[in-house]
Write a protein that binds this ligand. Structure first.
Ligand code: SF4
Length: 338
């Protein structure tokens, strides 16, 4: 089997909040091989985007990150800011959610490309830069005649394609796509997903696709990692996880997906916790219908079952019948207050 291009081990990200440090990412581990697409899903506020930015070395001022991120054989968290900047672009790229906030409205598209290529490939001549940029734009369906246009002269879908072309101009080995289709209509969303599939076919980068849309994961990803309150609670091949989710949070997320067969609308009761003071034990326990006393007391173990893995006490062996008794809602509240 090919070696991973990205190996993330026990990564944690904290940042300063008005009420104390926010534990936005807490012990995340996964690996990605060339050509593989991993979907990172979960509700808003679960730490998905913070993780993506943390891997890119773009944590906000005042934030801290630790653990190990090995990319292409190098341990990134020990590198200086300058060394990280050299890796961004040709090594790893981030496709943002809302292109209009990332493209400078005062710069032509040609200037955006020149800036990126000049930083990472200063030896390219002007005409080589232009050729490279036009190739990238053409591969995303943007005609060369639009090269000197400003961002406001494009539709939302075209701007997102330009963002992707900018990210691809340097052929990165690892792409983090953070909700790349969120602000787009379904037709443009389908185009962007086709483009990601083409990119994968053409030069096989590893892709971390951050989304809250399980339909996109089903269509575009090989594996899925489900994130809740800063932790990955379940991961495995999409087909296996969707057919037989092990973790109650994954089960609840899948139940709340709307499809043509949906008879009733389901939602997950409650809300993700405050990450300044996250719940003890399993962070999902205040919302979990299966919560037991051990879930309140101790972090659940990671249970590996074939190609799937999940952090949940329900899957652990060795608990007595008495320990497996689900708590009533009132008991959960009392246990949390104790
Ligand atoms: Fe629910 Fe307990 Fe499993 Fe957490 S560990 S998901 S609270 S059963």
């Amino acid at each position: 089997m090919t070696a991973p291009v990205v190996d993330v081990h026990d990564v944690r990200v904290w940042y300063a909040g008005p009420n104390g440090p926010v534990q936005a990412v807490d012990g995340v581990t996964f690996a990605l091989r060339p050509g593989e697409v991993l979907g990172l899903v979960g509700e808003s506020g679960c730490g998905k985007s913070t993780l993506g930015r943390g891997l890119m070395g773009l944590v906000p001022r005042g934030a801290a990150i630790d653990g190990d991120v090995e990319f292409d054989g190098r341990h990134l968290l020990g590198l200086s800011k300058k060394e990280r900047e050299k890796i961004r672009g040709p090594g790893m790229a981030l496709i943002f959610q809302e292109p209009m906030t990332r493209l400078d409205p005062l710069m032509k598209i040609s200037d955006h490309f020149t800036e990126v290529l000049h930083v990472h490939e200063p030896k390219l001549s002007k005409s080589e830069m232009r050729d490279r940029a036009l190739d990238a734009l053409r591969s995303l369906g943007i005609p060369p005649t639009r090269y000197d246009n400003y961002p406001h002269e494009f539709s939302g879908g075209m701007r997102q394609r330009i963002m992707i072309a900018l990210a691809l101009a340097l052929r990165p080995k690892f792409i983090i796509a953070d909700e790349p289709t969120t602000a787009l209509d379904v037709l443009v969303e389908a185009q962007i997903l086709n483009i990601l599939a083409d990119i994968r076919q053409t030069y096989a980068p590893a892709i971390l696709l951050i989304t809250h849309n399980l339909g996109i994961v089903a269509e575009a990803c090989d594996r899925v990692a489900v994130m809740y309150a800063g932790r990955i609670v379940e991961q495995g091949p999409v087909r296996d996880v969707f057919a037989k989710p092990r973790h109650p949070y994954t089960q609840a997320l899948l139940r709340s997906t709307i499809s043509l067969k949906t008879q009733e609308l389901n939602s997950i009761a409650g809300a993700p916790p405050d990450l300044v003071r996250p719940p003890t034990g399993c962070r999902f326990h205040p919302r979990c219908a299966h919560a037991m006393q051990v879930c309140v007391d101790k972090l659940p173990p990671l249970i590996v079952e074939g190609v799937q893995q999940a952090e949940c006490w329900l899957l652990a062996s060795g608990l007595s019948e008495a320990q497996r008794r689900p708590l009533q809602r009132e008991e959960v509240s009392v246990a949390d207050e104790a």
